[in-house]
Design a binder for this molecule. Structure first.
Ligand code: GRF
Length: 188
């Protein structure tokens, strides 16, 4: 049995997609979802799907070993950031080398870094008149969106594509590929 721990800060549509993907795969368990937002929609999704979800505040995350202790108890084989907006503290990166992955909604190294998340990424892609965009799944290190790239997938863009259309195209790639990349990593 392999354990996954997910971190999310927002809507949690990727979290829901991952939970549903592994629902009928007994070899993989979603041990817990951790969130730093008390009112995040991901909490409702977890309640509906009957998956444990824990809220923690920023201080608990960056200035104490509270999360380390929780993770020690959960014994994750993989830690997955799915729309998680806080920087991962060095202590965590050190404790779980090559065990923390993140999904970013652009073709890194383009449109990454601090402040580049969600619609801000898609707005910048539109502004720069990109002819393609995509997703990047990468290992996590101490810097934003900087670790070794594991997987990328692309989608074409049309000049008329709005920010919402770009977001939808990227979302479709995320739902299609993220669970499979996780599964392959757990198998490797
Ligand atoms: C996704 O686009 C993901 O790539 C990014 O944040 C978004 C999260 O969306 N890191 P959701 O919370 O999974 O709906």
């Amino acid at each position: 049995m392999k354990n996954i721990v997910l971190f999310a800060s927002g809507s949690g549509s990727n979290v829901e997609n991952i939970i549903k993907y592994f629902e009928h795969k007994p070899q993989v368990s979603i041990a817990c979802v951790l969130t730093n937002k008390r009112d995040a929609k991901v909490i409702d999704r977890c309640n509906k799907l009957k998956i444990n979800c824990l809220y923690f505040n920023k201080t608990a995350f960056s200035k104490s070993d509270c999360i380390l202790k929780i993770l020690e108890a959960l014994q994750p084989d993989l830690i997955v950031l799915a729309g998680f907006l806080l920087k991962i503290p060095q202590s965590l990166v050190k404790k779980y080398p090559n065990k923390i992955i993140n999904i970013h909604p652009s073709l890194l190294p383009k449109f990454g870094g601090k402040g580049m998340y969600g619609k801000y990424v898609h707005e910048a892609v539109k502004e720069q008149k990109e002819v393609e965009t995509g997703i990047t799944i990468h290992y996590v290190n101490e810097k934003y969106d900087d670790g070794a790239i594991l997987f990328q997938a692309k989608t074409e863009l049309l000049p008329a594509d709005s920010v919402e259309v770009i977001a939808k195209k990227v979302g479709e790639l995320e739902y299609a590929h993220f669970p499979e990349v996780i599964e392959k990593l757990l198998d490797s």
